[in-house]
Design a protein around this ligand. Sequence first.
Ligand SMILES: NC(=O)c1ccc[n+]([C@@H]2O[C@H](COP(=O)([O-])OP(=O)(O)OC[C@H]3O[C@@H](n4cnc5c(N)ncnc54)[C@H](OP(=O)(O)O)[C@@H]3O)[C@@H](O)[C@H]2O)c1
Length: 613
Amino acid sequence: PIAPGFASRTVVGRGFVAKLPDGVPLEGGATIPITFVTVWYALHHLARAEAGERILIHAAAGGVGLTAIQVAQRAGLEIHATAGSPEKRDFVRSLGVTHVYDSRSLDFADQIMAATDGEGVDMVLNSLAGEAIPKSLGLLRAYGRFLEIGKTDIYGNSRIGLRPFRNNLSYFAIDLDRVFRERPKLAARLMGEVADAFAEGGLQPLPRRVWLVSRAEQAFRHMAQARHIGKIVLAMEDEAARIARPLPKPLPLKSDGTYLMTGGLGGFGLAVAEWLVAKGAGTVVLAGRSGAATPEAQAAVDRLRAGGTRVRVERCDVTDRAAVEAMLGRIRAELPPLRGVLHAAMVLDDDFVLKLDRDRLHRVTAPKIEGALNLHLATRDDPVEMFVMFSSFAAMVGNPGQANYVAANQYLVALAERRRAQGLPALAVDWGAIGGVGYVAAHDEIARHFERHGLTPVQAPDALASLEALLGAGAVASGVIDIDWAVWARYMPELARNPRYADLPLTEGAGGTGGGGGEGDQVLARIREAAAEDRQAMVEAALAARLATVLGTSAETLDTGQPLAELGLDSLMAVELSCLIEDDLGVKTPAIELTQSPSLSKLAERLLPAIAP
Ligand SMILES: NC(=O)c1ccc[n+]([C@@H]2O[C@H](COP(=O)([O-])OP(=O)(O)OC[C@H]3O[C@@H](n4cnc5c(N)ncnc54)[C@H](OP(=O)(O)O)[C@@H]3O)[C@@H](O)[C@H]2O)c1
């Protein structure tokens, strides 16, 4: 296993990103930033090197040393260099450096004095430790600059006399890590200057040996032998690499803890409550506006109580700050410490965004957003170890007709990230369709709608196993979705074209099964090749087939003379149909036109000129 510091992806501030120079492979690019920015900072920013000056580069066959040779040559400096073995010194000479000395002995000082007629050098780029430091300092002539990139002597608090500094010498200690952390603007500027210099030409990435990441151990052994020249690069594109899933930590549910679940008396909520108890929760508080109002809710509560669990049913509107505070006051006074919060309250009011007004927006956003915020603020001083917010697949990829719900759920994801940034526990789960219990399972037409979009319901026990895995892995925001992306992409062509989703298996054969992508091209071709008098009927049939898919029926049963709305096409389905028509027949038809269309024949008539011009 390799340390978490190695990753195939990382997130950095945009100032620290530069374009890979033309013609440089990724592995070459990996050798550039640290070494070149270090040297650029030292030679140009600190030492203000001028053409014609002399520089001593210690350990010149190392990454920074090789970089310094290039930058010094480019700046017109006279180079003196040391290296630790005959091979390394040969390599340095092969780069056009004529004054090369042994870094493992202190003789370099006298040799350099001799080679420079007793003048010495203007700059020393040092990474050697111990005695080499005063020796090198002694080589500086007036106005000389000592550039220290080593750390041993600084952290060891070594002493050097100040006398040489009477000659207007300067000493610079260089710790690039700190520049990146504490002077990000400067670091970004240096990155930019290096990138520009590469673009002007003349600079090369460093010599390197590339190891596949599955052989990281050998790469480290090789490095420890210190015989390499230049850089050692680990390449991530490695078929043999195995990704180890972090071992899930056991759920921290406590028998002497209280677990509060909003929406806990709803369909999915009750299943989660039973799971909490099965995982060891001693006390659960189930909160909703109407309490255990359904027979299922009452039965579930009875079942849990019969098993010995303390179950409290709270009538509480989570959007009401004072009510939330009061409920928490009761919990603190009467129940074990609050260890977990699960926020699953929701209200739906689906419609197209143009039809939503402030009230309808608020009806859906309030329980999610205000509810989550109230819980977040009111429980900050409780010993909460888990804070789970129930979001939806819709928040991840959008869903026509659910703008309010999407916005509400996206807030939960953002709050999860914010809480984690504050060091608080948080997880937002984007659930796909849940099977067996909950809203989707109770609404056939929605379940069918999802299925047409490629979503297979995840049964509650599987969903909860995933929840456990996510909690164990320390996830912040994650989806639990069983989906055929190719089918989804067919219904959501606009969305699927978004580069955000470029890495998903959106086309048939990439793992998808249904959908029938590519069929569209054939239909279109057949219509266009057909005799003019046959085309109308063919378009009608193609439209009927697509309408049937959306309605979940067969094309033969559809009366092509009836208004589409009377055939059962509602506004959500109209969006789907519009997508299918665009995808397969290449014409854009607003959903509203479809719902108002007097018949399939009339629709075919209207679309025909655009389909087969
Ligand atoms: N079921 C699914 O397939 C699915 C898919 C994706 C995401 N999810 C997410 O999973 C969660 C639970 O879904 P579900 O299917 O169990 O929904 P559900 O059966 O409709 O349950 C939602 C519960 O929230 C409660 N609630 C609504 N407003 C409230 C408020 N202001 N204060 C307190 N409680 C409130 C409701 O009870 P009262 O009316 O009594 O207040 C209801 O029992 C939701 O957050 C949903 O977004 C579910």
